[in-house]
Every structure is written in C-alpha cells, then in structure tokens.
Design a protein around this ligand. Structure first.
Ligand SMILES: C[S@@+](CC[C@H](N)C(=O)[O-])C[C@H]1O[C@@H](n2cnc3c(N)ncnc32)[C@H](O)[C@@H]1O
Length: 125
C-alpha cells in the first residue's frame, strides 16, 4: 500500500507512462556506464531499489552472471515488468516492498544500487 500521497508510482497511468519515456532520459547511458565501471565483476549479491523492469540490475548481470540479485519494487503496475525481465533467471528474485517502510531481512549485499528511484522517498530506507 502506498502511504505517501506524493508518490505517484502506484498509479498505472504514471508507471506505464514512465516505461515509455525511460529510454529518452538524457545522459542515462553515461550514468549507467559509470555504475558498471564501479561495481566489481566478482560481486556476489546485488540489491536494486525501485527496480522498475530491472534494467539496471540486468545490465550489471551481463558481466556478472553468477551474482545473486534482489529486484525490489512496490508498484503493482510495474512488478509484472520486473517479473518478466527475470522470469528465466533463477539468480534474481523480485521482492515486493514499499521503501517507505524499513527493509525486510534480505541478508548482506556487496552492492546496493538504485536509479531514479530513492528520491521519491520521504526518508532513506
Ligand atoms: C523513475 S522509476 C526508475 C526505475 C528504474 N530504477 C530505472 O532506472 O529505470 C522509479 C521506480 O521506483 C519505484 N518506487 C517509487 N517509490 C517506491 C517505494 N516507496 N518503494 C518501492 N519502489 C518505489 C517506482 O515504482 C519505479 O519503478
């Protein structure tokens, strides 16, 4: 449940509109390239906060196929996209969670990543 009325991501219209616009965000690929340079290829566990369709986690997994991933998302309209992205990848688990609340027990991570997501929160997870 969305307890933050200023967060529009539980609206299907808002969420699906973003899926259409996402690839047009200026300098997005440059930012992603910097992240790819900074996350070790030997990383074992990655947490992606506000994963949407899992784009960032999927990019990291290309060169880190053995890494375990948790793709965390709360929007019902978006969750199907994340589940579809990782449907055939047993190393990634899609977890439904609203980051306005403390994280569930997910174990330790070597990298916690997030793209265009945590600025929607009232406070850090
Ligand atoms: C602008 S999108 C970015 C998605 C993805 N990280 C990307 O780079 O394309 C923001 C994402 O954060 C998710 N999000 C926003 N508030 C959230 C919350 N409180 N808990 C979990 N996910 C949230 C939205 O549903 C959406 O998928």
């Amino acid at each position: 449940m969305n307890t933050n009325p200023s967060n529009l991501w539980t609206s299907a219209e808002h969420a699906l509109g973003y899926l259409v616009r996402a690839d047009a965000i200026p300098h997005r690929t440059e930012g992603e390239a910097v992240l790819l340079d900074h996350v070790l290829k030997t990383v074992q566990r990655i947490l992606d906060l506000g994963t949407r369709d899992g784009r960032l986690l999927a990019l990291l997994k290309i060169d880190r196929p053995l890494a375990q991933g948790i793709a965390l998302e709360f929007s019902p309209a978006i969750l199907a996209a994340a589940q579809s992205q990782f449907a055939t990848d047993p190393t990634v688990k899609v977890v439904t969670h609203n980051l306005d609340h403390p994280l569930p027990e997910l174990g330790p991570f070597d990298a916690i990543i997030s793209s265009f997501a945590i600025h929607h929160l009232d406070r850090c997870p």
